[in-house]
Design a protein around this ligand. Sequence first.
Ligand code: GDP
Ligand code: MG
Length: 177
Amino acid sequence: MSDDERCEEYLFKIVIIGDSAVGKSNLLTRYARNEFNPNSKATIGVEFQTQSMLIDGKEVKAQIWDTAGQERFRAVTSAYYRGAVGALVVYDITRTSTFENVGRWLDELNTHSDTTVAKMLIGNKCDLESIRAVSIEEGKSLAESQGLFFMETSALDSTNVSTAFEMVIRDIYSNMS
Ligand code: GDP
Ligand code: MG
């Protein structure tokens, strides 16, 4: 290993986007702090959380950004997207409208990014199977047509949450090396 390699640092900015109340903030708190908040409240103050993982024996840090509720007013600013190399585009499997809006979020992401962005489509709240409105097949085929990874998650019972974030982080890492 050269001195250069030893000093290398990896810090990736990842943004979470999608309609209001799909579970973006809870996916982040589940991943970063293993916490879930049953009451939806706009996050105030915290812009991002940093989470580390080891890949090939190297410490890779992900700086994961959450909106402060501004998506409610369709007012996510370009500063939010600036420098992002990864994105989780989230919908709620119990609300079709949030799935129909995925295209808009992807357009906005593409407009604001100038590099390759590792993207994953997330169908969240898969614990609510009894009131599901978007099928797994619909999610999968949208992801395939747009060239995105796809996963259904539950921030409530933790299903696939770490797996989803880590897949995006690994993809960013592998695109770099
Ligand atoms: P955001 O507006 O996209 O950040 O969504 P929040 O994280 O604030 O979540 C909105 C609401 O959905 C809150 O009442 C959460 O408790 C709830 N919620 C979030 N994730 C899940 C999940 O995976 N399953 C269930 N059942 N509820 C969830
Ligand atoms: Mg939120």
